[in-house]
Design a protein around this ligand. Sequence first.
Ligand SMILES: Cc1cc2nc3c(=O)[nH]c(=O)nc-3n(C[C@H](O)[C@H](O)[C@H](O)COP(=O)(O)O)c2cc1C
Length: 447
Amino acid sequence: MTSLRNFLDTLPAHEILDVREPVGLDFCKTALALELEARKQFPVIRFTAPAGYDVPVVTNLFADRDRIARMAGTTREGFNATWTAALDRMMPARIVDDGPVHEVVLTGSEADVTALPISRHFQGDAGRYVSSGILVCKDPDTGVRNLSFQRMQMKGPDRFGASLHSRGHIWEHLQRSAARGKNLEVAVVIGCHPAIYLAAAAKVAMEVDEFAIAGGLLGQPVDLVRCKTIDVEVPAEAEYVIEGEILADEFEDEGPFGEYTGYSTSRSTRNVFVVKAITRRRQPIFLDIVPGYSNEHLLLGRSAKEAHVFARLKEMVPNVLALNYPKSGTHFHAYVSLRKTAEGQARHALMLLLGLDSYIKLAVAVDEDVDVYDEDQVLWALATRFQADTDMFVVPKVFCNRLDPSSVDGMSAKLALDATAPLQSEAERTALPAEAVQWARDFLTHP
Ligand SMILES: Cc1cc2nc3c(=O)[nH]c(=O)nc-3n(C[C@H](O)[C@H](O)[C@H](O)COP(=O)(O)O)c2cc1C
């Protein structure tokens, strides 16, 4: 019961938009998701009969915060606590003998990825890209599994280009494998229970197998099967798995690709992935993720990260109340609120925040009366509680995410803004009696 299709079955009808006409997937898929986003609508989009393919293609699954919370069995408000609880009760995955993902096993010339409904997303993209693959690999020394996302450009029937630009754990694993002259075995999982996707997006210690976090979120271990051609395990109930390896000593151009920053970028580690097998269900669903500056890409990337960074921040500054990575900042801005009890506390929280996540280049602290999810309120706090000569600091030349087009040599400046009011502030916010507010609400509900 821990599959993509089981989760899709739980969605109310109004949350799924079916496209039944045989439309070509290239560009149209992205265009529809972004057009809906502009209208503040975030349904799952399902192409039931995409032109040229006989499998359904689902996208935009992660575009909505409430839906993401339901993937973890909770509500938007409960997400942070659920995440922390899942880390406290991680459940190691269980290896089983067989599963639906092995209903069809294709090797040799039959393992042809050009037959899969992999599409072009943006005009500037170098080609057809898998945007939804969870790359599963193992630490070459400890054997601990790692899950992460890497864009994969289809280059031919058995070849992809890949970019590991986040320099995450898979990058470390590859460096250590390559130093021994070995390729890194990797399984690319396309379509599995979305809780596994949330766990894969988290930045946790290298000793942690993200399948165990997914088990904690699901309240039951994830069942895994052994791959057919490599020593890696994958979810038994996945839709598709592409087995293969990232080459230790071959590099070739990859990109450009439309990234979460809103820019088309060819900054890439230029890695090469060679396919060994495709395994899948008999009637699979192909999952796509809307890339670029889309709600889906940004929310998937930040939901678990936000909860994780929040928990670590709160360990050190217990009166921190909420943390938001606003969409407008891609992954580079973060707003934090706190109930300040001593001067300097906001700066303490800001220093930690900049240190906990190397992507962040602007951190803003606000008081508890400011909703960090409402950018209007955050900017109001900056307008009325912040002075640039005393309330900010800059740390130059810090390691950052290289996809920021303004970064230099993989470094950027980190800016912290303390928009909290002094504890002794005499400025008084305008207020209204609670009864008057209630009357207005009642009047508008039943005029
Ligand atoms: C949808 C999505 C796509 C991503 N694409 C890439 C990518 O192409 N290359 C990359 O290096 N990181 C990419 N990332 C970021 C990493 O997958 C992410 O930082 C991950 O947590 C790294 O985990 P690790 O440090 O455990 O390996 C992507 C993240 C998401 C959510």
